[in-house]
Ligand binder design. Sequence first.
Ligand code: CS8
Length: 377
Amino acid sequence: MFELSDEQRLIQQTAREFAEREIWPEAARCDQEKCFPQEIAAKARELGLFNLTVPEEYGGPGLGALELALVTEQLAWGCVGLGGGISLNNLPADVLLVSGNAEQKREYLGRLITSEYGSYAVTEPGAGSDVAGISTRAVRDGDGYLLNGSKVWISNAPLAGFFTVLAKTDPEAGYRGLSFFLVERDSPGLEVGNPLPKLGQNAVPAAEVFFNDVRVPREALLGNEGDGFKIAMQVFDRSRPMVAAFAVGLMQRCLDVSLAYARERKTMGQAIIHHQAIGHKLAEMEMRLQAARLMTYQAAWLLDAGKRNTLQAACAKAFAADAAMWVATETLQIFGGYGYSPEFPAEKLFRDAKVLQIYEGTSEIQRNIIARELGNR
Ligand code: CS8
């Protein structure tokens, strides 16, 4: 029997109340205005909803991936863009937790937990799924490195105080030639573009980042030269349960608004919830939601148990993202003509769902990983 502890339920409840009180009422406005409301994020930080997995020795609450999934799900239930923007501060934290030395963790995890945003800069115009195919270069220069290249779709880049940047240190060495660096936002030669226009999740800004002879010291290297690819893969094992939780939160919101609408809307003399065609859609939504939620919690729990979760993280991410897109599509269908209007919530949920199947590894890449992991057994 799967049950949350009293402490986990309390954390979940805190995030739920915050999402209900602060996020949901602002979700439509932030989507339309494409803005990330700093005042709401600051309240979330005050409440301890940022960077849950930062250990106590670095000033964080020292909670696990499961607690992070519980909180993330609730924030995403408020709005997957706005809530997601808060949870995404975990990506740079994950890089540090996987590969940082004590000094790096003290400095940068400390900054994340107290006041700053950081960004995870991997994706490039010419390399998304193919991480080993990036072309940003880091060349040794005296006692440091010179970085040149560009990144794209970097979430929270417009807000970030620093970046964890994947770059090629040895172009001849394939995936063994990549390395991660900590790069300060105000480094000369680093430029952040304007927020990119996109279909959904409009409250969270994503932008290009350009590196033009950006000099970083030797101490900016995370782990050893050549560790970058494996660090990225270990970060994905941590981040994919969190992104699956984005999808679970969005699905719960879809079900909630669908149920409310189906109770209220009448056709042929009765509320549409009593039509079997609608009832079956709602039942199927609930089935996929329950399955996605359990898969997400399991992938997170494995991490907390210190076990490798690559297979389960990929399963949870792919299943939850695909289920969310399906559920959001059915939500729009239940709303009928109103579903197509931005005056009703279904349209935004539909737009917000799509990128879940793309970022943090597409649904296709997750299937490649699942097949690879099965083959390795
Ligand atoms: O490249 C891998 C992959 O996961 N690709 C997807 C990349 C991805 O997720 N990108 C998303 C970027 S971030 C983001 O999306 C945020 S954008 C926000 C937008 C906001 C809009 C609102 C891959 C394709 C799975 C890699 O596959 P391969 O190249 O085939 O690698 P392998 O040969 O399988 O492995 C190479 C070595 O790495 C080791 N490895 C692989 N996985 C792991 C894990 N942990 C530890 N080590 C790992 N999970 C593997 O064992 C190999 O090592 P060997 O020493 O050679 O044995």
